[in-house]
Write a protein that binds this ligand. Structure first.
Ligand SMILES: Cc1cc2nc3c(=O)[nH]c(=O)nc-3n(C[C@H](O)[C@H](O)[C@H](O)COP(=O)(O)OP(=O)(O)OC[C@H]3O[C@@H](n4cnc5c(N)ncnc54)[C@H](O)[C@@H]3O)c2cc1C
Length: 368
């Protein structure tokens, strides 16, 4: 049986990092590269849902995430003044700062024997169907049994080997995000809804920190001047009187404290491989973030890919990987996009959104 011994992972984000851990754990030689220099201190947080925690647990990473993050089990909804509308217990979830999650993934991968190289990328790739010969930007060359493109939504490897038609398209929505100190009242995922249908979400990311987000609809792919982001966000949240939001806004000291990002989405049809090059995470499927699941799907991809590669001959394993992943990922991708479409007319679609959210979270909770 032809098995994989040596793998190159391009991209050490959530998907690439999780795969490096999972493959190294199974005794496969792993080289993972990233074109960024090191773990970024910037960025906000991410929500690890129950299914993501389960996938992380299966590769021995859950307890470190819980320790470095903020486990929570409560969802609360408020109006823009901070008056409670509803509260409900939810399953196991964990908010965590993105750099903390990267630290967990990369430290485990290294400890398990994976080689991580930063500040380096790929100059050329030759895939002869049995092996992949790679020339790196530092001039070195190496041969691998498999190349995993975990290089994100704007994957250059996907462009090269799958075609330009899978380039992300704008979902007519963008997000504002910023970090703040965690108030004592924040016991889970809180949403503040204004009368005009807009909302501010708040997620704890550690015992001391949280992050806030606010969506903005637009027909065009928006870009704002970097040095105006703080003022533009404060202006947009002017009508929110809830003390938690006012206190958080007061902590913004400079435009660099605020992140603005349009949602660019893509879904590549199965199969997710061409010869010995395979897509993983956002490179294969980048959804809108309404179901807080893009990172979770990337971790599940990593768990499934590592499992099939160690149990089956490589060609069979690669087919099994897309077969096991595609329908689940598509359902979550479609529901996430539908929720963002509903948010174009939030007041009109409120009940439909709530129903789809509930059904989708039940689906996501099922085993992958
Ligand atoms: C606003 C927002 C909120 C979100 N919230 C959540 C959430 O709460 N929960 C959740 O599960 N998901 C969430 N997501 C989705 C999640 O962030 C992504 O799905 C996840 O980061 C995808 O991981 P990835 O490893 O596939 O890609 P990425 O995290 O994008 O990593 C790709 C890596 O590849 C590297 N790279 C790129 N090009 C090259 C190259 N040419 N050579 C070498 N390296 C390269 C990059 O530097 C990067 O490190 C959210 C997304 C957004 C936009």
């Amino acid at each position: 049986m032809q098995k994989i011994n040596k793998v190159l992972i391009v991209g050490t984000g959530i998907g690439g990092g999780a795969l490096a851990c999972a493959l190294a754990d199974r005794g496969i030689e792993v080289h993972a590269i990233d074109n960024k220099p090191c773990i970024s201190a910037a960025g906000t947080g991410i929500c690890l849902l129950g299914n993501t925690l389960r996938a992380l647990d299966s590769i021995g990473l859950k307890s470190d995430c819980l320790e470095r993050g903020a486990p929570f089990h409560m969802f609360r909804e408020f109006d823009s003044t901070g008056s409670s509308i509803m509260a409900c217990p939810i399953g196991d979830n964990c908010g965590i700062k993105r750099p903390e999650l990267s630290h967990v993934l990369e430290s485990h991968a290294t400890r398990r024997g994976a080689i991580l190289s930063k500040n380096i990328s790929i100059e050329s790739v030759r895939d002869d169907g049995r092996a992949v010969l790679v020339r790196f930007t530092d001039g070195s060359e190496a041969e691998y049994d498999l190349l995993v493109a975990a290089d994100g939504a704007f994957s250059r490897l996907r462009d090269q080997f799958f075609g330009q038609e899978f380039r992300p398209r704008f979902a007519k929505q963008s997000v504002w995000r910023f970090n703040a100190r965690r108030p004592a009242s924040l016991d889970g995922f809180h949403i503040f809804r204004a009368a005009n249908g807009t909302a501010v979400g708040v997620l704890p990311t550690s015992a001391e920190s949280c992050y806030l987000f606010h969506m903005e609809n637009s027909q065009e792919h928006l870009r704002y001047p970097d040095d105006e982001l703080d003022g533009l966000l404060i202006e947009r949240l002017r009508s929110y009187d809830a003390p938690l939001i006012r206190d958080a806004l007061e902590q913004i000291k400079s435009p660099a404290d605020v992140l603005f990002r349009p949602f660019d989405i893509t879904l590549v049809p199965a199969p997710w491989h061409r010869n010995r090059i395979v897509l993983l995470g956002d490179a294969a499927h980048a959804p809108t973030p309404q179901l807080t699941s893009g990172g979770g799907m990337a971790v599940e991809d990593a768990v499934v890919l590592a499992q099939v590669l160690s149990d089956h001959p490589v060609d069979e394993a690669l087919n099994m990987y897309s077969q096991r992943r595609f329908d689940r990922v598509k359902r979550i991708f479609d529901a996430s996009y539908q929720l963002s479409v509903y948010e174009q007319n939030p007041l009109e679609n409120r009940e439909k959104s709530a129903k789809l959210l509930m059904e989708s979270y039940q689906f996501i909770a099922q085993p992958c």
